[in-house]
Design a binder for this molecule. Structure first.
Ligand SMILES: NC(=O)c1ccc[n+]([C@@H]2O[C@H](COP(=O)([O-])OP(=O)(O)OC[C@H]3O[C@@H](n4cnc5c(N)ncnc54)[C@H](OP(=O)(O)O)[C@@H]3O)[C@@H](O)[C@H]2O)c1
Length: 310
């Protein structure tokens, strides 16, 4: 049986629980394709799962294959796998198994990779890009001309959110660390607030949408900057519904999901030059543990990617 290299964890814990193993190359089933992975991205959920902090991944899921999103080439198609065919360049949000030389992609999870960027750039997009897209447009209902405050604009999700909101025609205010202000401005942010030096709630008022990638007291203080009828959308913590009622706003936490049509829409924006993924550092697959530590400790701008094809 043909084998591939893949990173799995056999226990919850620190970076040392990640192991590079030899595993059988999986076969695609109904409505699935096998992708020869070219690159995979590293997301905060990866080190949260590794540490045992994500409730839906338990000891019963071990050994667990990490990796939520990939770019790659279709190597084989299962029955009913639709329009994608062998040799197509794709990108996908797959949920698990991305840190590997081959990965199974459900046809509902993948789309053609943006033609104008390489595999490393494309791997940076699916999870963070879909999260930003769904937060702003599906849950936040952001429209042209509206004002949005994005907390954490320099990170993986935030740097897409700024660019998507600008492409939509919104006025974008974002919070970031001192060293990231020039970066978020370069992405198109109209106003950049240094959260380490200034309280955002002292200077922001009457926005239509707060997009919260931080939680905690950042979220607590966000209710007051919304206009009546405004919306607080969070990826990290359920907004206090009582507080929301008191301020006359709505609050929601959501979990991003794979969506092929939205990946197509994002690819069109990238190929039109309106959105550009930022990859701060690339690690080889064998150094997945080091890549996770780098993301967790250094908070790089944009994304961290594993190069799988070399
Ligand atoms: N619910 C979902 O489906 C979903 C999907 C994707 C992500 N998430 C979660 O959403 C969060 C963001 O994800 P990500 O991939 O963007 O993470 P990330 O790449 O680590 O970015 C977070 C950014 O926030 C900055 N930051 C930290 N404290 C801040 C503060 N008080 N105000 C403003 N910025 C601050 C960080 O840099 P500095 O510390 O250097 O300032 C970093 O640039 C994570 O907790 C992730 O697990 C949830």
């Amino acid at each position: 049986m043909a084998k591939m290299k893949a990173v799995r964890m056999g226990a919850f814990g620190g970076p040392d629980v990640l192991r590079l193993e030899e595993l059988p190359i999986p076969d695609p089933g109904e409505a699935e394709i096998l992708a020869k992975v070219q690159a995979a991205s590293v997301n905060p959920i990866d080190y949260k799962i590794r540490a045992g902090k994500v409730p839906f991944i338990t000891a019963q899921n071990l050994p667990y294959a990490l990796g939520w999103d990939i770019s790659g080439i279709v190597a084989a198609c299962g029955p009913g796998s639709g329009a994608l065919k062998e040799g197509d360049a794709i990108y996908a949000m797959i949920g698990q198994g991305g840190y590997a030389e081959y990965a199974i992609v459900k046809t509902s999870q993948g789309a053609r990779k943006p033609a104008s960027i390489d595999y490393v750039g494309a791997a940076a997009v699916p999870l963070a890009g879909l999260t930003a897209w769904q937060g702003l447009f599906r849950y936040g209902q952001l429209k042209a001309g509206q004002h949005v405050l994005i907390h954490g604009g320099a990170g993986g999700v935030g740097h897409f959110a700024i660019q998507f909101a600008k492409a939509k025609g919104a006025h974008v205010i974002t919070t970031a660390a001192s060293g990231d202000l020039d970066f978020v401005r370069s992405l198109g942010a109209d106003e950049a607030i240094d959260y380490q030096k200034q309280r955002f709630d002292a200077v922001v008022h009457g926005v239509d949408l707060v997009y919260d990638l931080i939680g905690g007291e950042t979220q607590e203080r966000s209710f007051a900057v919304l206009k009546k009828g405004g919306m607080l959308v969070s990826t990290v913590a359920e907004p206090d519904q009582e507080k929301a009622r008191k301020f006359g706003v709505r609050g929601v936490r959501y979990a991003a999901e794979a969506n092929a049509a939205e990946l197509d829409a994002i690819a069109r924006l990238i190929d039109a030059g309106k959105v550009k993924p930022k990859v701060s550092k690339v690690f080889p697959l064998a150094e997945a543990a080091r890549a996770q530590t780098f993301l967790a400790e250094q908070h790089p701008q944009g994304k961290i990617v594993l190069s799988v094809a070399g």
